[in-house]
Design a protein around this ligand. Sequence first.
Ligand code: 6GU
Length: 221
Amino acid sequence: MKIDILTLFPNMFNDIFNESIIKRAIDNKLVEINIHNFRDYTLDPHNKVDDTPYGGGSGMVLMPQPIFDCVDKIKTADSKVILLTPDGVKYEQSLAYDLSHEKHLIFICGHYEGFDERIRTICDMELSIGDYVLTGGELASMVITDSIVRLLPGVIEESSHINDSFNNNLLDYPSYTKPRVFRGMEVPEVLLSGNHKKIEEYRKNESLKRTQERRPDLLEK
Ligand code: 6GU
């Protein structure tokens, strides 16, 4: 998979994809991630990428030209263009699975107080990561990229995401490791039993119980 991210703040991405699982995925050529500064595409003599809104009002609005030109340059027939904005569809695990099957994703990070409405016409999809407002789409693009890359074949063992929280709309079951007793807290007996059928049953029940307690909305899905 290839992921291109369009931003005015490329430095925000310096470390985030340079650690841990995402770094290994890049090193192993399971994903290619490119960060583009769309200011590099401006035709404005002063390198401007935003201007005041028509009709008045506060704040600056991202102009369409630099973003259109940047997308035109990197887009192919296989690309899916995604705008990151608080007014987008709310992102969730099922979308991470869907997007993990795409060949090429282009994320456009909105910034400042807004972007020219015509930018929406070149986007296949608009995503939000939740009902709160961020200063820009950068953090959202990192969150979404991370959640997709970990699902790509070969990045992590498939068995470790089969049981992820939100798969089958259930939260994860509790896990324990050594020691068997820690500060008086004991590991549930069933996990020490070696009875795999019983263990599976216990985990399924705990998953259900936890979902019922914390996220009953998931059970209605
Ligand atoms: Cl994608 N962008 C911004 N600016 N704020 C957000 C968001 C995106 N998702 C949630 N809040």
